[in-house]
Design a protein around this ligand. Structure first.
Ligand code: SF4
Length: 127
């Protein structure tokens, strides 16, 4: 039997979960104050997912990068592949907060959205 300890991150209570695993399957969970903790423990032990936050290059923007985030958690095994794809793209200003910059990234069903508005950079007049 294997014992695992996890902190539930579903709400700010941060319950300490004690998980017993037998042959890779959960046999008991304790420490959770609600069922969402149990769901989280099952997901974390079988198919862990993470929200992805990073930046994307912006062409002709007021800032050279826009912060982006996934609209849902991404399976952990896809994070590296998704990060490589995001690193390779550039978007043209203006970018509006909430714009979907990548749809269904790596076939995960998750969209990558702009988390901030980046206006176009003002061109300087040369006289
Ligand atoms: S188990 Fe329930 S109460 Fe505890 S942190 Fe998770 S969601 Fe919050």
């Amino acid at each position: 039997m294997e014992e695992r300890k996890l902190t539930c991150i579903v709400c700010p209570m941060g319950c300490q979960l004690n998980i017993s695993l037998e042959d890779g399957k959960i046999s008991s969970i304790s420490g959770n104050r609600c069922n969402r903790g149990s769901v989280y423990a099952h997901e974390e032990c079988t198919a862990p997912k993470r929200m992805l936050t990073t930046t994307v290059r912006v062409i002709d923007g007021f800032h050279p990068f826009v912060p982006v985030k996934s609209d849902k958690p991404i399976p952990k095994e896809y994070l590296f592949k998704c990060m490589n794809l995001i690193r390779a793209i550039k978007v043209k200003a203006p970018v509006k907060s909430g714009d979907i910059l990548i749809q269904d990234i790596c076939g995960t069903g998750v969209n990558i959205m702009a988390a901030r508005t980046i206006p176009r950079a003002e061109k300087q007049e040369v006289s």
